[in-house]
Design a protein around this ligand. Structure first.
Ligand code: PA5
Length: 478
């Protein structure tokens, strides 16, 4: 029996959302959110919950079904991961945005923090992993300096099958593999993309590549629990079934319509009320290096889903809340001054960990200097917990909205819960804001302009539009 099949264990791994420091009874009426203002939205909250249920029932939010409907895919991924482990030394993800941030975040959360530097035995025989989510030529060359492409498997991931960055990476790798390996090169490529739309699926078909499908209704930033994230995780020894079990558990928790019983809905409601009160920045501050890239993943999810010019009625709203990434305790020494004394325009979300996967004692010493020796005998665990509590207190004292999501431990089950929680929170926030959280016209505009600038056929008009743009007049040579 797997541990996630045990109800008691699951309950012991349940995430906690502490939103006391968002409320007016802690922060005062001027800054805090009152229960009265939540209750005044009762009608809107039920309407939003019903709208999401309808979308789900109509198959427009298939990312919500990923914890349940991937039995065969998971079996296939596990089989493929075992083969990759046997044959390859390196696993490389070629992708960007939603096709890269999830794999990075989950890898960082669930594997050794210096995973790639471990020996193969220490990695349990799993390959090293690299996620190439840029087209900086120096970075690409640097990758080829540290991997042997002949011993590498490249997973090219793009939902649209046409993103310039990913396709450029693919073209380079495809050419390199073909030149070095001849016909055998195909076994070094796996394509993860839409079932029928886009160019990658056509290419994969022509070349006879192994493919995985990103299901309909699963947008890039909602795709970590699909083959986008599952293959990379499985290849690196992460228990993907436990990850999905954690997401399913959070789905159960988030099924209630009532915000007082649904933590993701409550989280979104408070963010919505905060935004209405001018809190247009959302800081995510994990107190764990393992969760550092969760803040990057969240930044994309929150920014791209909620940053919208138009609402669902086509009215201009210029909505959104700017995500900012911070790391506890590191950024206490770079950003907290601003958060405690700067403008009242932020909500800070702390990601805390109750039990770190290790404990480290601070050595005793310098007993003649009490201002140093007081640390000795404590653990780094106590210190990081104290620093988190102290920062929460400092923000509370300065009347700054903050909330804390605590993971009992960082494991596949709790990370699955966290990903799913943030996805549901985002979807519900989108509903409250009356915007479409699942499109990204602003990103598309940039993608189209890139196609035009590099001469993609069919984008001639866009190129003419770009050529007619005002030229730079105000420029210094510094
Ligand atoms: O969430 C999204 O849809 C985007 O951020 C995409 O993930 C990103 O633009 C990459 O797109 P694609 O997966 O189509 O290459």
């Amino acid at each position: 029996m797997k541990r996630y099949e045990n109800q008691k264990w699951k309950q012991s791994m349940r995430l906690r959302l502490d939103f006391n420091n968002m409320m007016s009874d802690m922060l005062g009426e001027e800054q805090g959110i009152s229960k009265k203002s939540i209750d005044a939205m009762a009608g809107k909250l039920i309407e939003a919950a019903k709208a999401l249920e309808t979308k789900r029932a109509e198959g427009r939010m298939q990312w919500r079904d990923l914890p349940y409907n991937q039995k065969e895919t998971v079996a296939d991924i596990l089989e493929t991961a075992a083969k990759i482990k046997d044959k390859f030394e390196v696993f490389v993800v070629l992708g960007i945005g939603g096709s890269a941030l999830g794999p990075i975040a989950v890898q960082q959360a669930l594997n050794h923090l210096h995973y790639n530097e471990l020996s193969k035995e220490q990695r349990g025989g799993c390959p090293r992993i690299y996620v190439v989510d840029n087209v900086d030529p120096e970075r690409m060359e640097a990758l080829f300096d540290v991997i042997d492409v002949e011993k590498s498997l490249f997973n090219v991931i793009t939902k649209s099958g046409s993103t310039s960055e990913t396709m450029a990476q693919f073209l380079i790798v495809h050419d390199m593999l073909k030149n070095r390996l001849g016909e055998e090169y195909r076994s070094h490529l796996i394509a993860t993309t839409d079932k029928e739309k886009g160019n990658l699926i056509k290419i994969a078909g022509e070349l006879g590549l192994k493919t995985y499908t990103i299901p309909e209704g699963v947008g890039g930033r909602f795709s970590e629990l699909s083959p986008v994230g599952l293959l990379a995780a499985a290849v690196c020894g992460i228990d993907i079934e436990e990850l999905l079990a954690g997401a399913a558990y959070m789905d159960e928790i988030c099924k209630e319509e009532d915000v007082y019983k649904n933590p993701a809905y409550m989280a979104a409601t408070l963010q919505y009320l905060a935004m209405k009160d001018g809190k247009n920045i959302s800081v995510m501050m994990p107190y764990a290096d393992s969760l550092k890239y969760m803040a990057d993943w969240y930044a994309q999810l929150w920014a791209e889903s909620l940053g919208k010019r138009y609402n669902q009625n086509g009215e201009e709203v210029f909505a959104g809340q700017t995500p900012v990434k911070a790391l506890g305790v590191t950024d206490q020494h770079s950003q907290i001054q601003l958060y405690t004394e700067g403008p009242f325009d932020k909500v800070v979300t702390f990601l805390g960990v109750e039990r770190y996967r290790t404990s480290m004692l601070i050595s005793r010493g310098f007993e003649d200097i009490p201002a140093v020796s007081f640390l000795g005998g404590h653990t780094l665990n106590e210190l990081i917990h104290a620093e988190q509590a102290a920062t929460e207190y400092a923000l509370l004292k300065a009347k700054r909205l903050n909330r804390t999501i605590t993971l009992p431990e960082v494991n596949a089950f709790t990370v699955g819960q966290l990903l799913y929680f943030m996805e549901v929170e985002t979807a519900f926030a989108g509903e409250l804001m009356e915007i479409n959280a699942f499109d990204q016209p602003g990103v598309e505009e940039g993608k189209n302009a890139t196609y035009a600038l590099l001469g993609r056929p069919g984008y001639e008009q866009k190129k003419a539009e770009l050529d007619a743009r005002p030229r730079k007049k105000n420029e210094y040579i510094i």
